[in-house]
Design a protein around this ligand. Structure first.
Ligand SMILES: Nc1nc2c(c(=O)[nH]1)N[C@H]1C(S)=C(S)[C@@H](COP(=O)(O)O)O[C@H]1N2
Ligand SMILES: [Mo]
Length: 455
């Protein structure tokens, strides 16, 4: 349960502080329409709610902490019996690590979003139960034995043998497992005009990364006798009622990257993620990763569906719309320290964050703690994979003075993640989608971290 009234966004009780990666005290913050007051409110609550000590300090010598001399019950007593409910859950001490909805962001809970708690995660894989969700018409738990996938086209010159597959038939075919990020095109979309939301969960949490398992779509298209010279586009359709359809260029299928995925992080997809079958389109915005996939049509031109003509278009400064801008450009975000967290003391911190590019691998990430005057190159943690999240880190001694922390990613095409000023010069301030600007977090003297934008 979150400590926030979902309707009003009001804090119902003092949020409990808890330890996040790198020993920074985490504060549960929720925002209604992204007001800064919540950061302040939560900060005050965090100070009163602090129970531990030495949580964010440099380690103390062993004799410094008498707690080590007391033998707790778990050292002397008998532990719990083997779990019988068959599917493990996180520790009860981790209940603050939740995906969250932004109160007031959407009118219904069906056509809605939940954000992944990036500030609480390690490494690059998003636990399946914390994967962000974007549904246009609610989620379903579809019976896989009744699910079908149809592959068709307008005539037999474009596709020789249209086919219908059962899940059993698909799952018998040769499969691959690959790590990829999925990012909603609207991720960070609230920040175009100004600072809108307090935490990186809300600024960047429509982003997740999994190991997906499935059949390369090219293999199925080969079996159906698709004529790749004519069939240059694919229309993907889901089995939910949202009529959400997107055109996928055939080059992506021919490259072997597009998957008909049924597996996620070693098990079947979660219902929220499209069980039993979804399209995985590496590097492309989330909307093309059609869930509950029931039909693929091949054709010789883009389909210009409503989700291509009116939605997922970029309003440019001149008033015109940019269409089919589907690739997620290179982007990064520092997840610790990030908005809503509190640094309890000066001293050593590991700055850590995520970088990704829809065009390939992340080549380099630079980090600044002085708002961009000086940049240092961060460590990239292996493995660095194409169209996948990359974890970066950097050592930092915080001197207790205000600091502005930013990260700037460069991908292997040489593309450099832009500053807000540079992005707005080209794209204006009234867009929704495809905001990949450099994020700034202000560490205040009090230790409170907040979302800021530099002009
Ligand atoms: N069938 C179906 N597929 C869908 C959607 C949907 O509402 N219905 N939403 C799309 C959008 S906009 C995004 S960002 C991703 C979100 O995937 P996730 O819920 O697994 O995070 O799914 C896409 N595929
Ligand atoms: Mo999306």
């Amino acid at each position: 349960m979150s400590g926030v009234d979902q309707e009003s966004g009001r804090l119902l009780k003092a949020p409990e502080g808890f330890l996040s990666p790198n020993g920074i005290r985490e504060v549960m913050v929720e925002a209604k329409h992204g007001r800064r007051d919540f950061v302040r409110g939560a900060f005050a609550a965090a100070l009163t709610g602090v129970t531990g000590h030495a949580l964010a300090r440099d380690p103390v010598p062993a004799e410094g902490d008498p707690a080590i001399l007391t033998l707790p019950e778990h050292t002397t007593g008998l532990g719990q019996a083997v779990v019988t409910d068959g599917y493990g859950k996180p520790s009860k001490y981790e209940t603050n690590v939740q995906r969250r909805q932004s109160p007031g962001l959407t009118q219904t809970a069906q056509a809605s979003v939940s954000f992944a708690p990036l500030q609480s995660l390690f490494g690059i894989v998003t636990p399946s139960g914390l994967h962000f969700e974007r549904h246009h018409q609610g989620w379903w738990d579809i019976d896989p034995s009744r699910h079908r996938l149809m592959i068709n086209g307008s005539d037999d010159r474009i596709i020789r043998t249209p086919m219908v597959f059962t899940m059993d038939e698909l799952m018998r075919l040769p499969s691959v497992s690959r790590f990829h990020f999925i990012e909603c095109g609207a991720n960070t979309g609230m920040e175009w005009g100004n600072v809108a939301v307090p935490t990186c969960q809300y600024t960047h949490g429509m982003l997740s990364c999994s190991e997906f398992t499935g059949v390369p779509l090219r293999l199925i298209f080969d079996r159906c006798g698709v004529d790749y010279k004519r069939a240059r586009y694919v229309l993907a359709e889901g089995a939910d009622g949202s009529s959400m359809t997107r055109t996928v260029p055939m080059e992506l299928v021919e490259s072997g990257e597009v998957l008909l995925a049924y597996g996620q992080n070693g098990e079947m997809l979660r219902p929220e993620q499209g069980y039993p079958l979804r399209l995985v389109v590496p590097g492309v915005q989330g909307v093309s990763w059609v869930k509950y996939l029931r039909r693929l049509e091949v054709g010789d031109m883009p389909y210009a569906t409503k989700d291509e003509a009116i939605h997922y278009v970029d309003l440019m400064p001149g008033g015109q719309h940019r269409q089919y801008s589907s690739t997620q450009e290179c982007k990064s975000v520092v997840t610790t320290p990030s908005g809503g967290q509190v640094l309890l003391d000066k001293g050593y911190y590991q700055i850590s964050g995520l970088a990704w590019s829809g065009r390939g691998k992340v080549r380099q990430v630079d980090v600044t703690t002085d708002g961009g005057r000086n940049w240092r190159t961060a460590r990239l943690q292996d493995p660095v994979m194409s169209k996948c999240l990359t974890r970066f880190s950097l050592d930092w001694q915080w001197d207790g003075k205000p600091a502005i922390v930013q990260s700037r990613a460069i991908d292997d095409t040489g593309y450099v993640q832009p500053q807000y000023r540079q992005l707005r010069e080209v794209r204006g301030t009234r867009s929704i989608y495809h905001n990949n600007a450099i994020q700034s977090w202000l560490v205040q003297e009090s230790g409170e971290v907040r979302n800021v934008q530099l002009s």
